[in-house]
Design a protein around this ligand. Sequence first.
Ligand code: PHE
Length: 340
Amino acid sequence: MKAVELQALKETALREGRAASTPEAIEQVRVAYLGRKGALQDIMRGLKDVDASERPAVGRIANELKTALTELLETRKTELQAGASPSATPRFDYTLPGVWNRIGTRHPVSLIIEETIRIFARMGFTVADGPDIETEYYNFDALNTPAHHPSRDTQDTFWLETGRLLRTQTSPVQIRVMEKQKPPIRIIAPGRCYRRDTTDATHSANFHQIEGLYVHRDVSLADLKGDIAGFARELMGPDVRVRFRPHFFPFTEPSVEYDFSCHVCGGKGCRVCKQSGWIEISGAGMVHPRVLKTVGYDPETVSGYAFGMGVERIAMIKYGIHDIRLLYENDVRFLEQVSV
Ligand code: PHE
């Protein structure tokens, strides 16, 4: 092959390379010129037969062809990927479904707590807080719960080596607030509680309560009933019924337990309420005079009510969740269904 012929071949190769507008076309040009059985290989193999005077020029042009074409094809490839060539620009397909960004949802327990805070805030309550790791004094003694009381049993309480404990209820926040403030007091205190319960569909060793405390002059059980019933209607809707049953707590007298009618079945009985039509929310009562004395209040001039609420229980009837464990597994498919 003569140098002029090779020069022409080089130009053709580069022209073809520039014209290649699909990955396949680029590959075709590469194989035809640079491949193992391509033109360049033929030329190299035939180099020994080339006239000695032509050989240096032929060798140089062959090298140029190789470098220039390799570079050109690389550039074409990147251009194509970037959509520089009009024919290779991906068309917008209007029929494709949109790309959704999956965003998180708020947890049902948080939703109930936030909603409860909102409702009680309208009745003049503010939010108070206390530690998860409590002393025996705040969790038991100050709440008139004597040393032999069964709730102190190691079967119920997580005791720490330091002698402290994981609070079994949010009631110690009552004491912490009353120690610092003078009546009137209107607080709610949401938080985690811990009990050595075996986990099943309605029990968990770690759960949430919302404590409520109202201390003022002439607070009565009627205030307690009215406020809880009003809260229940705000939270669950106008059809919810609330019932109070006599009960015992060391730190309230009289004491009650209260239930909401099951929101899922409307009180007819279902899996969530275990066919009873009611869900036990928690306990409540009039703050025991001894507790008032402990924090330095005069039980002759002030009285108060206190209540606890089981947040998970409320979440279960509000959202129709039949197993408390679903609330802790954090399966996003479950959480997305609940958080509308
Ligand atoms: N702390 C009690 C419980 O966990 C509930 C309660 C709160 C009862 C306030 C009376 C007053 O069972």
